[in-house]
Design a binder for this molecule. Structure first.
Ligand code: ADP
Ligand code: ZN
Length: 516
């Protein structure tokens, strides 16, 4: 019955005739009072998931949102639909904030957008105690996880909410979270019993391509010139990269600007507005640029440098093609970037995981396998279908039948489930009796040395590909221990074939990884 009321609200207020399938599930669950984690790609319709319940249930919904500009836009468009929405953040005066709070307390506000800073303040805590809150929605919830590059310390403190307000349902929403980040969001927010709703992360309208970092400037200029008035973003590793590249493009007649955290906020806002309003065609930016850029017709995203991890990469390419029309994501990768990024992780306590995520990024870039399949498997969607459309699917893939090798490796992991670190599987396969192998008694299993005919270096390449393809996964919480996935059984028991790409060709990178 509540759901019927929600459907009516969707029609009356937003003018849509029906919920999207996942929206309906999320909303039904919230109406039952459940906590939930909602994973939907950009443009999937996350806002409706909390806006409709806010208007259906008695009381007020508090929405935590990380960006002032975004909050303002959402509140304004809600007001245009006749909804009593307001926001509280540092952009408005104390008096105005007090007035909003007064109206909220009087029951005149249905949706209240709040910055995380405000949410963590003592004064707002007392306000929350007095408000009849029906739901707390935490948008861009991946900001709570220090894995992602959008980490915001103020999000981390939101963990107090569940404890202080156990009866209020909490909804966390994000468009980008790999399995590690998904777990982290639930742990940080202390949502032990949350229902998790996942839409496919697939964005079929984005053409995905990766190339070695060779003659990048020239290739980029040519790429842009071929695309007429289409606008796009070029992500660079350093502030200096953004400035140099933008200058080069301008000198060659491209309307380009640059954007990084070292610039003052007025200039940054100007660049952002110029881009949104098509006064400049290209922005060369660090990863500081993007969240909250509501521009639906970004036609392409280029990564001038290797990103730190696939999660960030996927979020960045997701800024293109939000209108659903074709978009192009071009990634450059090279040894040098890999080395630089690895050195950034040197000091971190979590170096092992950060490096593993970085290595996975490089593996993705260097792979000859279907890009979309690799990405979906990274996000835990376990897919074996080639998309038929990415650069690798369209190009010559040069694959060979590696089914028998894969079966041997997977059966070794099956025997040593929960014990075998990634580094040791190649040695197990090649039958190498190193001290760690002997100490772990890994030489006692039946498959020890089952792949003696292949070198350890080649086995390393095979294992990397099996992970990349989703036939094996790493349980990062326990170091680099290997585990089977839903796809492993298909190979072990259902006769599924595994195509691998040629060995030897990537030895150079593997050497570098070994030295670290
Ligand atoms: P997200 O926050 O997930 O990126 P939005 O909430 O901005 O997505 O929604 C994306 C677009 O889809 C918006 O234009 C929104 O109005 C539209 N939309 C959302 N839900 C529905 C629906 N049930 N029916 C039709 N359009 C919808
Ligand atoms: Zn493909």
């Amino acid at each position: 019955m509540m759901l019927n009321r929600a459907k009516q609200t969707l029609k009356d207020v937003f003018g849509y005739s029906s919920f999207r399938p996942l929206q309906e599930k999320v909303i039904a669950s919230v109406l039952e009072g459940d906590d939930c984690l909602v994973l939907m790609p950009t443009g999937g319709g996350k806002s409706i998931c909390f806006q409709v319940p806010a208007l259906t249930i008695e009381g007020i919904t508090v929405v935590v949102s990380p960006l002032i500009a975004l909050m303002k836009d959402q509140v304004e468009s809600l007001k245009q639909n006749g909804v009593n929405a307001e926001f509280l953040n540092s952009s408005i005066s104390e008096e105005d904030q007090a007035y909003v709070v007064k109206r909220a307390l009087a029951g005149d506000v249905k949706l209240l957008y709040v910055s995380p800073e405000k949410m963590n303040s003592e004064s707002f805590y007392y306000t929350l105690l007095q408000l009849n809150v029906n739901l707390i929605a935490i948008d861009e919830a991946h900001c709570i996880s220090s894995w992602g590059h959008d980490f915001r310390p103020d999000y981390k403190r939101l963990g107090y909410l569940k404890k202080q307000f156990p009866k209020i349902p909490i909804m966390a929403l994000t468009a980008t979270a790999d399995p590690l980040t998904q777990k982290d969001i639930l742990v940080q927010l202390k949502l032990a019993r949350a229902k998790v709703f996942k839409d496919s992360f697939s964005r079929p309208n984005i053409y995905i391509e990766a190339r070695p970092a060779y003659k990048r400037k020239e290739v980029i200029l040519d790429f842009i010139q071929k695309r007429g008035e289409e606008s796009g973003i070029i992500y660079c590793l350093s502030k200096k990269n953004t400035e140099d590249l933008s200058r080069y493009l301008r000198n060659n007649g491209v309307q380009s600007g640059f954007y990084h955290a070292g610039m003052n906020s007025d200039i940054r806002n100007r660049i952002q507005n110029d881009f949104i309003n098509d006064r400049i065609k290209v922005v060369c930016a660090t990863i500081a640029f993007g969240m909250g850029i509501d521009k639906s017709n970004v036609r392409w995203v280029i990564h001038h440098n290797l990103p730190k991890n696939i999660e960030g990469y996927y979020q960045e390419i997701g800024r293109s093609g939000r209108d659903g029309l074709p978009a192009h994501a071009l990634l450059f990768y090279g040894q040098q970037d890999y080395g630089i990024l690895e050195s950034f992780n040197e000091e971190s306590e979590r170096k092992v995981i950060l490096n593993a995520r970085l290595e996975r990024m490089l593996l993705f870039a260097q792979s000859n396998h279907c890009r979309r399949k690799l990405l979906l498997n990274y996000f835990g969607e376990w897919s074996v279908e080639d998309c038929g459309e990415c650069d690798n699917c369209r190009g010559k893939q040069q694959l060979f039948d590696g089914t028998v090798m894969a079966q041997k490796a997977l059966s070794a992991v099956a025997r040593l489930q929960g014990k075998l670190p990634k580094e040791l599987l190649p040695k197990v396969m090649a039958g190498h009796r190193s001290p760690e192998i002997l100490a772990g008694r890994f030489h006692e299993i039946k498959t020890f040395g089952a792949g003696k005919d292949v070198s350890i270096a080649d086995w390393e390449l095979i294992v990397s590909q099996l992970i990349n393809l989703g036939y094996l996964k790493i349980e990062y919480e326990q170091g680099t221990i290997l585990a089977l996935t839903p796809l492993s059984n298909k190979v072990l028991f259902e006769g599924e074939g595994v195509q691998l790409h040629h060995l030897h060709q990537k030895i150079k990178r593997e050497k570098q990884v070994e030295i670290k």
